[in-house]
Every structure is written in structure tokens, then in C-alpha cells.
Write a protein that binds this ligand. Structure first.
Ligand code: NAD
Length: 415
């Protein structure tokens, strides 16, 4: 039987029942199931190896978004995030996208850029460096035999003149399934002395660029007009998009919503979400700060969304195989390469953006969000155990989801 991520009523199941469904979907073993159910994926020794001065671990809830159909394949998408509504919104948007075939996504080759800053080079340094390009690439590739054996490695070099006394050499490195920072930084450091010799200058910084604009991913989806509420909703979402494209104050929030989805998948899979954030926002600002998505109406009157951004995410390296939850998340996703992971992440970003725009252009986001957030408000007001659900339910039914009301209800319950 074909696997499907369309699991009606998934949200109504208990945690244990959900884990069982995910186990069946992804072929998890008993150990992975018990790691998920332990709610404590990181042991002391692993944590102590990962960073310095460890005193504990900071937990985030791990959810899975359902309904994702991307390039004809079904995915359950693990998302680690503290914010209510995000997982529900992604699942909902993905459900609506399924009506017209889900998401179509494409990631470019995984090319990252290493930068070597050169000061006070000789007059003809650019010419000399270009002449010795193959020599530099060969030295870079000698640093990572594994990467080269997999078809990756340093592929090209470019010299940029930034000012009269500053050059910058870019190494273009195919990092295959890694995020690539360590691989690229090692190459940049190793090549610097040779670049100094050729250019007659002094190499100062030797480091990856997080503007990964040679490692781009695009995703698109068609949202059926009638499914999303009719022509007015389609047009209002387009007006909402125009607002973001005209105004950086709005674009910042528009893109933040996209990153809610992107970061949650990046965190779940053990990826460096600061690197992805840095790449996304720098790319968004290349021609004045712009939204990372575009929205338009097609000939059938349906809404078409597109997302395009750099995506330095890996399925190997970093902590992807070290953190047990990252390993399990990657197994749940079942992605075979960093490119496939990028395609999933971009689709989630697009879904998240659709969900936010749909809510904002119709009834506003506070209704749904505050209903889900009610439990947090109840906890803030001091509710414990069963009281949390009771206080949250009463506040939701009254439509008054506020701290003062939570305190009053709690007093009444306790009396
Ligand atoms: P890594 O060095 O842990 O792993 C990459 C290596 O794995 C490759 O160099 C290769 O030798 C090997 N490998 C085996 N199979 C592979 C495959 N199929 N595809 C690619 N490589 C394969 O990790 P990395 O991805 O080079 O570095 C990622 C880490 O660097 C992250 O933890 C990140 O936080 C950190 N970092 C980021 C920055 C930055 O973004 N500015 C700077 C420094 C470090």
C-alpha cells in the first residue's frame, strides 16, 4: 500500500498513538520509539561532547506536520518549535495544497562559497590568481578526499576586487549532503598561504559565506480557489503579499512567518538554523528587503505561491547524526540527500506563509493562535495538572484568553 501523510484526526490522538503512527509510516525501531516517548532525546555524555560548559539540555516540543505531498511523495515533517499554531498551520496548508497536487520543489546543486580576504595584493594579483585557479582548486580538493570521492569538492574560483587594497577570493565548493561549513572553512584556510604567494598580499579572513546564493531552493503550490474560501480570499491574499513587497516593516513579519516553518524543520533535523536565517534574510535584502515568497492568481482563478531562498541544510555532518532526535527526525522524513531536504524545508516555508496570509486576510490570527496559546496563559496564571485544560477551555469558550481572567477562573476552580 502507498504511504500517505494524510492522517485524518492525527491531532486528536494521544502522544503514544501518534508515535505509533509515525513508527509505522517511517519504519522506526523500538529503540527510536522509546527515545521519542521518553521526551528526553539527549543524554549527558552526548550533550557534553556537543558544546562547552554543559549543565543541562533545553527541550523543545517535537511535532510532525501531516499532509505534505512534495514532488509526488508523501512526507511527515518533524518540526521542533516552542510556538503554538505553527505545526497545525503547516499541516492545514499542506492539506489544502494537496487538492491541486501538493508542492513542486527544486533545489540546485549544493554549492557553498568560501571567502578568502586578501589585503595589499600586488597590482596584477587578480590576473595572477585567475591564471593559477586550477592549482588552488587542486589544493582545496586535497583537503577532503571523501567529499571529492562523492562527486563534490571545490569546483570553481572567482576573484573579486572590493577596494583598492582589498580582494576577496571565492571558492565554490560542492558540499554534497553536508551543510558544508567545516568542509569549506578547512579548504579556505588550507588555500590561503598559496593565495598569498600568488597574489603577493596577506590573507586575513578565511571563512564560509552564509549568503549561500549558489545553493538555492524553489517551491511552488497551487491553492484551489474554492478550497481556500473563494475569489475574495485569493485577491486579499494577493493584496497582503503586495503589502509585504512594498513595505519592509510588513516584509519582516511575512518572512518571520516563513522562517517559523523553516527553522522548526532545521532544528528538528539538527541543522544550523542561524546559517539558514542569515542566508534567507541577506538574500531577501539584496534589492531592498523583500518577501521570500510571491503570490499571484492563475488563469483558473486559483492562488499560486512560490518561494525561493538559499538553503544550506545537510543530512550528514554537524550534529545530524550525533543528536538522537535529529537522527530520528531525518529517518521520519526519509530524505535521501541534502537537496531533497532543502525541497521539503522550502515547501514547509511556503505552507507556513500561506497559512499566515490566509488567516491574516480573513479572520486574523489571534482567534486560532490564542485558543492554542490559552494553555500557556493558564500555566502563567499558576494552573497545574488538570487545571490547565480546564482554565484554557473556559477562557476559549468565553473568548477571553487573558492572564487576569485565567487567574479568576483558577480561583473559582480552587474554591
Ligand atoms: P562536518 O565537517 O561534520 O561533515 C562534513 C564532512 O562529512 C565532509 O567534509 C565529508 O568529508 C564528510 N561526508 C561524508 N559523507 C558525505 C556526504 N554524503 N556529503 C557530504 N559530506 C560527506 O560538517 P559540515 O557540514 O562541513 O559543517 C557543518 C557544521 O559547521 C555545523 O555544525 C555548523 O553549525 C558549523 N559551522 C557553521 C559556520 C557558519 O555557518 N558560518 C561556521 C563554522 C562552523
Amino acid at each position: 500500500m502507498e504511504k500517505t501523510s494524510r492522517i485524518p484526526g492525527f491531532y486528536k490522538l494521544t502522544v503514544k498513538e501518534r508515535v505509533k503512527k509515525v513508527k509505522e509510516f517511517a519504519g522506526l525501531n523500538d529503540e527510536e520509539e522509546s527515545i521519542l516517548l521518553s521526551m528526553d532525546g539527549l543524554d549527558e555524555k552526548t550533550a557534553d561532547r556537543m558544546i562547552e560548559n554543559v549543565i543541562g539540555s533545553m527541550q523543545l516540543p517535537l511535532g510532525v506536520a501531516t499532509n505534505f505531498l512534495i514532488n509526488g511523495k508523501d512526507y511527515l515533517v518533524p518540526m521542533a518549535i516552542e510556538e503554538t499554531s505553527v505545526v497545525a498551520a503547516a499541516s492545514n496548508a499542506a492539506k489544502m495544497a494537496r487538492v491541486k497536487g501538493g508542492f513542486k520543489a527544486h533545489a540546485s546543486e549544493p554549492i557553498m562559497i568560501g571567502q578568502i580576504q586578501i589585503l595589499d595584493a600586488k597590482e596584477n594579483a587578480v590576473e595572477e590568481l585567475n591564471k593559477h585557479k586550477e592549482e588552488v582548486l587542486e589544493l582545496a580538493n586535497a583537503q577532503d578526499k571523501i567529499l571529492v570521492s562523492l562527486g563534490g569538492g571545490a569546483k570553481d574560483m572567482e576573484v573579486r576586487k572590493l577596494s583598492d587594497d582589498m580582494l576577496c577570493v571565492h571558492l565554490f565548493v560542492d558540499v554534497r549532503d553536508a551543510m558544508g561549513a567545516n568542509a569549506v572553512n578547512t579548504m579556505a584556510e588550507a588555500c590561503a598561504p598559496l593565495i598569498e604567494k600568488i597574489s603577493g598580499g596577506r590573507a586575513l579572513l578565511r571563512i564560509i559565506s552564509n549568503l549561500a546564493d549558489h545553493r538555492m531552493v524553489e517551491a511552488t503550490a497551487v491553492f484551489d480557489r474554492d478550497t481556500i474560501g473563494g475569489n475574495k480570499v485569493v485577491e486579499d491574499i494577493i493584496h497582503a503579499y503586495e503589502f509585504a513587497s512594498l513595505d519592509p516593516y510588513r516584509a519582516a513579519t511575512h518572512n518571520k512567518g516563513i522562517m517559523n516553518g523553516i527553522d522548526a524543520v532545521a532544528i528538528a533535523t539538527g541543522n544550523d538554523w542561524r546559517a539558514i536565517e542569515a542566508g534567507a534574510h541577506t538574500y531577501a535584502s539584496l534589492n531592498g528587503y523583500k518577501p521570500l515568497t510571491t503570490w499571484e492568481k492563475n488563469g483558473d482563478g486559483d492562488l499560486v505561491g512560490k518561494i525561493k531562498l538559499p538553503m544550506a541544510a545537510g543530512t550528514i555532518g554537524g550534529i545530524t547524526k550525533v543528536h538522537p532526535m535529529a537522527r530520528i527526525s531525518l529517518k521520519i522524513l526519509g530524505v535521501k540527500s541534502s537537496r531533497e531536504l532543502a525541497e521539503v524545508i522550502a515547501s514547509v516555508g511556503l505552507a507556513q506563509n500561506f497559512a499566515a496570509m490566509h488567516a491574516l486576510a480573513t479572520k486574523g490570527i489571534q482567534d486560532g493562535h490564542m485558543r492554542l496559546h490559552a494553555k500557556n496563559i493558564a500555566v502563567m496564571a499558576g494552573a497545574q495538572g488538570d487545571e490547565i485544560d480546564k482554565v484554557a477551555e473556559i477562557m476559549a469558550s468565553e473568548g477571553k484568553i487573558r492572564m487576569d481572567r485565567a487567574k479568576e477562573i483558577l480561583d473559582e476552580i480552587r474554591k
